[in-house]
Design a protein around this ligand. Structure first.
Ligand code: FPP
Length: 245
């Protein structure tokens, strides 16, 4: 990926994506390449999280969704899971004031119930504090799985039917979307995955029907602001047709 040019100057600010979603992959490989423990890749990754949140706010992006921990990540060694949790809590504790000051609203995608009580408490506090912010909605996917999200929505709709709140004929896509974690948000225009893997790994299965995909050959700790600018510039060169001609 050529990030030597300055892509910020090339961005057309009248045609910005509204929603950018990112699979932050390759922290471990970034560290291994440098003969460092995997944890230092995650630590460096958090710095890029902060840079990306800040830059999306500066650019005027409305929604940023970050895949931080999937339902499948529980199968990692306990030590690594504990470290990731520690980073998450540290991120919230250290950056909450800045996030709040910058008018960023924190929203969680996923089921928090599996986390330790202290993590739930920190996350819920941050969500509550920032709930009226409106400049940038920062979705963090935690214990998130796209299929799980669809099953959860289906169960809730079944409940609505049982309780006579809606008939089967009245259910449509708009109604279904209300039961997704991204309720009221526009779908991602852009999905980025770093590290060279070309998979979606159960990320926003319902929402990405018409997203533009960017599979980058750099690891997440190497995703600097200019990488984001280049993706936005490249996105603006694409022709989105949404099934039309
Ligand atoms: C993928 O790298 C990354 C993760 C599973 C975790 C992402 C988490 C962070 C960047 C830090 C915490 C997040 C926030 C929002 C503060 P990998 O470990 O799968 O790398 P590998 O595929 O090279 O092993």
């Amino acid at each position: 990926m050529n990030v030597k040019n300055n892509y910020l100057d090339k961005i057309n600010f009248d045609n910005l994506p509204k929603h950018i979603a990112i699979i932050m992959d390759g922290n471990g490989r970034w560290a291994e390449k440098r003969f460092l423990p995997r944890t230092s890749g995650h630590k460096e990754g958090v710095k890029r999280v902060m840079d990306t949140v800040e830059e999306c706010g500066n650019l005027g992006i409305k929604y940023l969704t970050l895949y931080a921990f999937s339902t499948e990540n529980w199968s990692r060694p306990k030590k690594e899971i504990d470290y990731l949790m520690k980073l998450l809590v540290k991120f919230i504790k250290n950056k909450l004031e800045e996030i709040h000051k910058n008018n960023v609203k924190l929203n969680i995608l996923g089921d928090l119930n599996r986390f330790d009580k202290n993590i739930i408490k920190e996350v819920e506090y941050a969500v509550e504090l920032t709930k009226n912010n409106s400049k940038l909605i920062l979705n963090i996917a935690l214990n998130y799985g796209g299929r799980d999200e669809i099953v959860r929505a289906t169960k809730r709709i079944c409940n609505d039917i049982i309780n006579n709140n809606i008939s089967i004929e009245e259910i449509n896509e708009e109604y279904f979307k209300r039961y997704l974690y991204t309720e009221n948000q526009s779908d991602p225009d852009i999905v980025i995955r770093t590290s060279g893997e070309k998979r979606l790994s159960n990320f926003l299965n319902y929402q990405i029907a018409y997203s533009e995909f960017f599979f980058l050959d750099i690891n997440w700790p190497d995703f600097h602001k200019n990488s984001l600018h280049k993706v936005i510039f490249d996105y603006q060169q694409r022709n989105r047709r949404f099934g039309n001609i």
